[in-house]
Design a protein around this ligand. Structure first.
Ligand SMILES: *[C@@H]1O[C@H](CO)[C@@H](O)[C@H](O)[C@H]1NC(C)=O
Ligand SMILES: *[C@@H]1O[C@H](CO)[C@@H](O)[C@H](O)[C@H]1NC(C)=O
Length: 217
């Protein structure tokens, strides 16, 4: 399982967010350049449609592929009470031949994206990953060099942490409390309920840029 929250930030404030994250995490950022292929199976013979994402990290000298299946979100009163979405997620490393395999299994390419940005991986009550990226679409099939922004001027921020059915409350609490530090710059919420940019972003960003992120906390 994983705990996840998302938000958006204007590109002009991304540098301030990076300074803040760097100060909070104390680790260096990793560059992200992820080619994401969303595959959908065609429902037939009574099988339900399913969706998979094939991800290729183009930042690596030798591109590595991962397949990810996002399952259902946890439901019920317990899930409603926490401000973090808890969902099933299965991820596995695959070889670059995986795309052909999934085509052979009846999956079709639904859409593809290129996410460009950076991520911080650190431990703070749980192993947390914060990624900040612009989401681009391809004008031609697999043409990652000709990608154009899907939402110009806006970047997506995603905070995730892996969890299990035993520890998700603890992990969700760690994610929530970390998100509070980012609140002046962006609002993070369950993916289905992303709110807009926050009105305090410009002021928070200006203050972070002027003092290097050290004193605002
Ligand atoms: C919670 O469980 C997951 C899955 O076993 C594990 O990866 C993670 O490190 C655990 N987190 C904490 C804070 O115990
Ligand atoms: C979305 O979030 C707002 C404020 O955080 C909340 O008032 C609203 O009920 C949420 N909507 C859904 C569908 O969860």
């Amino acid at each position: 399982m994983e705990c996840v929250v998302e938000g958006i930030i204007e590109t002009q404030h991304v540098e301030a967010l990076e300074i803040l994250l760097q100060g909070l995490c104390g680790v260096h950022r990793d560059r992200l350049r992820i080619h994401e292929l969303c595959l959908k199976s065609v429902p037939n013979l009574g099988l339900v449609a399913s969706e998979l994402r094939l991800l290729c990290d183009l930042e690596q000298s030798e591109p590595t592929w991962t397949v990810r299946h996002i399952g259902g979100a946890m439901k019920g009163a317990g899930a409603d009470q926490i401000s973090v979405l808890v969902r099933n997620m299965v991820e596995s490393k695959v070889s670059k031949k995986a795309l052909r395999l999934f085509y052979a299994l009846g999956y079709k390419l639904d859409h593809e994206l290129l996410r460009v940005g950076f991520a911080f991986n650190f431990h703070r009550g749980a192993q947390i990953r914060v990624s900040v990226s612009s989401v681009n679409k391809m004008l031609k099939l697999h043409a990652t060099d000709e990608a154009v922004p899907l939402t110009p001027g806006i970047q997506l921020v995603e905070v995730t942490a892996s969890a299990s059915s035993e520890n998700y409350t603890e992990v969700a609490a760690a994610v929530s409390s970390f998100c509070e530090y980012l609140a002046p710059l962006l609002h993070l919420s369950k993916p289905s309920n992303s709110t807009g940019v926050v009105p305090t972003a410009a002021a928070a960003s200006a203050s972070l840029m002027s003092d290097g992120g050290g004193t605002t906390l």
